[in-house]
Design a protein around this ligand. Structure first.
Ligand code: TTP
Ligand code: MG
Length: 403
């Protein structure tokens, strides 16, 4: 069986919390947002209850317009602190079912529950349990999509809101998508939708009927993306948010170093360690950092953002080597070197990555190293180029640095 990905999204989140805490608001149009000031207010609607949506009110609408549509509604200022607290408690529920939780916003997250099926029977069963737990503990409803990937689960969670549960079976991706409007396609903005409509393409099914070559001709790189995504093909991983913003290692030399070969090997060793730790945490980042301290204590930091997310030793090594060559003042002794990676892959970043360079393929050498390290400990293997001549020039055990 393939992957089981859940997308969980709370229903009318801010408004639902207000209705929960004020029983007199229940069943009524509740608008959370700016003060309407009897129709003279500025600012916008944050969200509104489903009762208010019947009046045509929605998020981001000017509050004056909401007032015009529903002057008798209940207008409530947002209580951000409360919503964040509720959001945290809901997230804690997700972790009862899997560690692979990728929060997308205050009220939604992707969960990869593939590894939890043995314990809980099926993805659908987990979705039911999560909905039940949220209802019991928070008296709030969530909508959940269950599918073999992120794209499909996100669409599915939205289809039967509020209190929805929609499952996309493996093998049924194409027929699930076919009747849906192309505006639901990931990557299709307003202009693209207009262009596609102009070509007589209104549903995802219409798009499925076009050969890949035609799509490529009309949309260039996006053509390939549309070809895949209209068939429900999306292999993005659920990237857990560990709260970690960067991963880095540094090494202070026992004796200050001039030898370029020792410097090169040290950078390789550090790149290896950082890359290994990234892969261990299933992270990849696109900003590479170098820290360089000369004898004395003068310290320089440099960084470079590359076009794709990486956890690849060679890529990290090549980039820090470039940074080193660009900033090193020849003839000066080096006391410390540090290598780091930050700007981890996020949903938005990954969306773009499908169209351009994307995530790198796994390097077989990295994979081999990971296997050995996981089995025999993290110091069990080092690339030949990363060995230092001076055995005293070993990295300290705890060698994180702040960037
Ligand atoms: P959404 O999940 O987009 O909306 P929702 O939960 O209110 O309603 P739905 O049932 O359709 O999911 O956003 C979550 C919260 O984020 C929402 O309750 C309020 C806030 N928000 C804003 O403050 N401004 C906005 O423009 C949007 C879209 C959301
Ligand atoms: Mg929501």
């Amino acid at each position: 069986m393939g992957r089981q990905i859940l997308h969980v999204d709370m229903d009318a989140f801010f408004a639902a919390v207000e209705q929960r805490d004020h029983p007199e608001y229940r069943g009524k149009p509740v608008i959370v947002g700016a003060d309407p000031k009897q129709g003279k207010g500025r600012g916008v609607v944050s969200t509104c209850s489903y009762e208010a949506r019947k009046f045509g009110i929605h998020s981001a609408m000017p509050i004056i317009q909401a007032w015009k549509r529903c002057p008798d509604g209940i207008y409530v200022p947002p209580n951000g602190k409360l919503y964040s607290q509720v959001s945290k408690e809901i997230q804690a529920i997700f972790f009862e079912f899997t560690d692979l939780v990728e929060p997308l916003s205050i009220d939604e997250a992707f969960l990869d529950v593939t590894g939890s099926i043995g314990l809980f029977k099926s993805g659908v069963e987990i979705a039911r349990k999560i909905k039940q737990r949220i209802l019991e503990s928070q008296q709030l409803t969530a909508s959940v999509g269950v599918a073999p990937n992120k794209f499909l689960s996100k669409i599915a969670s939205d289809l039967e809101k509020p209190d929805g549960l929609v499952v996309v079976e493996e093998g049924k991706e194409k027929e699930f998508l076919a009747p849906l409007e192309i505006s639901r396609l990931w990557g299709a903005g307003k202009k693209t939708v207009e262009r596609l409509n102009g070509l007589g393409i209104h549903t995802i099914g219409d798009l499925q009927n076009l050969p890949e070559e035609v799509l490529k001709k009309k949309f260039g790189k996006m053509g390939r993306h549309f070809y895949l995504i209209s068939r429900g093909i999306d292999d993005r991983n659920v990237v857990p948010d560990h709260g970690v913003k960067s991963v880095s290692n540094e090494m202070t030399f026992f004796e200050d170093v001039l030898d370029p070969e020792i410097i090169r090997r040290t950078l390789l060793r550090l790149a290896e360690k950082v890359a290994y730790r990234l892969r261990l945490q299933k992270l990849s980042g696109k900003t590479i950092h170098l820290k360089l301290r000369y004898e004395g204590f003068e310290t320089h930091t440099r960084n470079r953002t590359i076009g794709n997310y990486t956890s690849n030793t060679q890529t990290i090594f090549n980039t820090v080597t470039q940074l080193f060559e660009e900033s090193y003042q020849p003839g000066r002794r080096v006391r410390l070197l540090g290598v780091g990676v930050s700007q981890f892959g996020t949903e938005a970043g990954r969306q773009l990555s499908l169209f351009d360079a994307g995530e790198e393929k796994t390097d077989p050498l990295d994979e081999l190293e990971d296997i050995v390290r996981n089995k025999f400990g993290k110091n069990a293997i080092t690339r030949a180029g990363g060995l230092t001549n001076n055995p005293r020039n070993k990295p300290p055990a705890n060698d994180d640095f702040k960037m």
